[in-house]
Ligand binder design. Structure first.
Ligand code: KG4
Ligand code: ZN
Length: 329
């Protein structure tokens, strides 16, 4: 079975060809240069950039895989959650191709994709504790199957990746902030700034990152001569500690041994190292770096599985939904 997958929920235009759960080719156009000057994603510009990128990506994907639409058995696209203008571009492109060429269509929830990104290259048994940490989400799920998800923890305000991006902006480090902070944090081995850890002692599995962001901003104001490597390292350690604390608590509470991290922040080197140290390393799974960020391969993987289980969706009745909590499908 050959699947053509589309992901355009935020600022990456990504297309992939998946064959029976395996990636044949993925092509992604990043928009970092478009949004860098603003220190975050500008929705209107993101939608325009998707419109510019999607057709060349589609044509080169088919050309490089030597495929035509006659070879494609299924078309899948992200429909929720995301920026509505961004979602619209990928979804309408995918739906149009499916309708005109009479190819079955399947819609996929973006977070279901992230939670299964590690499955593209590894065998992971259900149930598992799935942690999706990105620029838009900080969620802890119990993942019981490809179609069965229970949200048990989430951020009450900013997502972890958003906090990385905002702190990087305060320090004029560039965008996206996560990879830059990750890199410069590694240069610091001295003492750390003691930033607050909001909600670390709350009884639930939720997070809050906006107070931490404010604390960093105050520190910069009060210490104009601050060392950027020390600040980056201290901020990153605080975020990683907050994440680790609740991941551990949830894993114990729900008795789950398999731990699967995903989303852009799952690329963070300190988080990867510390999660692996905390749990049985045979049971901790991360996607390959190229499948941590937003990507179409993870969407294709979930779309294929859902199609085999439930059949196609009606493209005429599928519309973008900016916010939708992932539950049972
Ligand atoms: O999953 P993703 O590509 O898009 C969303 O769905 O948001 O994640 C992007 C986010 C950005 O906030 C970026 O700063 C963060 O992931 N990120 C990182 C790292 N690489 C990307 N955060 C911390 N450390 C990294 N190495
Ligand atoms: Zn994402």
């Amino acid at each position: 079975m050959i699947t053509l997958a589309f992901e355009s929920s935020c600022d990456d235009t990504s297309l992939a060809i998946i064959e029976n759960g395996q990636v044949k080719l993925q092509k992604t156009a990043s928009q970092n240069d478009v949004h860098e000057a603003f220190g975050g994603v500008v929705p209107e510009l993101a939608a325009r950039a998707h419109t510019k990128n999607i057709l060349p990506l589609y044509l080169s994907l088919l050309e490089e895989t030597n495929l035509t639409l006659k070879d494609i058995n299924l078309i899948v696209a992200t429909y929720s959650p995301g920026l509505v203008g961004s979602l619209l571009v990928g979804l309408e492109f995918a739906k149009s191709l499916a309708i005109i060429n009479n190819i079955p269509f399947k819609k996929v929830h973006h977070i279901a994709g992230h939670l299964h990104a590690a499955h593209l290259t590894q065998n992971i048994e259900y149930p598992f504790l799935g942690i999706a940490v990105s620029g838009g989400h900080t969620n802890i799920f119990i993942v019981k199957n490809i179609d069965d998800y229970e949200l048990v923890g989430y951020s009450l305000d900013d997502a972890a990746g958003e906090a990385f991006d905002k702190v990087a902006k305060m320090c004029s480090l560039g965008y996206p902030g996560g990879p830059i902070i990750d890199k410069i944090a590694q240069k610091w081995t001295g003492s750390l700034i003691n930033f607050p850890k909001p909600m670390q002692n709350s009884k639930d599995f939720n997070f809050s990152f906006s107070g931490l962001k404010t604390a960093v901003s105050l520190y910069i104001k009060n210490n104009p001569e601050y060392d950027v490597n020390q600040l980056a390292c201290s901020f990153q350690e605080t975020v990683v500690d907050l994440l680790l604390h609740k991941i551990k608590k949830a894993a114990i509470h729900y008795g789950l041994k398999n731990i699967v991290l995903s989303g852009g922040v799952a690329a963070n080197s300190a988080l990867r190292r510390k999660v692996t140290e905390m749990f049985d390393k045979e049971k901790v799974y991360f996607p390959q770096l190229k499948y941590c960020m937003d990507n179409a391969a993870m969407i294709g993987y979930v779309g294929e599985k859902l199609f085999l289980k439930y059949g196609a969706d009606n493209p005429y009745e599928t519309n973008p939904i900016p916010t939708k909590i992932l539950k049972n499908i």
